[in-house]
Each structure stands twice: as C-alpha cells, then as structure tokens.
Design a protein around this ligand. Sequence first.
Ligand code: ZN
Length: 71
Amino acid sequence: MSDSAPFSSECPTCKHERLLTGYAREELIELLRTGADIEAYCISCDEHWPLPTEERADLARTLARTLARKA
Ligand SMILES: [Zn+2]
C-alpha cells in the first residue's frame, strides 16, 4: 500500500464513485484539520468537486482507522 488514502466520492455529474487520489494521507489530515477544501476528480467528466461535509466526516473516520491499524 502506498501513502495515498483509499477513499472515494460520488461524481456529481455522472454519479460514479471516483477514487480520491493525489493526496497523501498526511495531507488529507491537514486539510481536514484546517477546514480547507478537499477536491475529488472524475477522469470521465474532467470534473473537480469539493467533498461534502458528510464525506469529510467519513474520510476523517477512515483515516483514523487506518492510523490506528498502523500504530
Ligand atoms: Zn463523472
């Protein structure tokens, strides 16, 4: 496994789940902490969108689980 977080978000245009790539885990944690936008990307639509609040919460939980497993 690499350092990128295995997390996906639904594309608002085509409604397909797109993996959130291009962010290191530490980067995502920092973005969540600072409240900055986390952008997902759909390769089919060439579309970026910010993660909605509930998906940010899911992501925070996923990251916490990942960290707990690694510790
Ligand atoms: Zn799409």
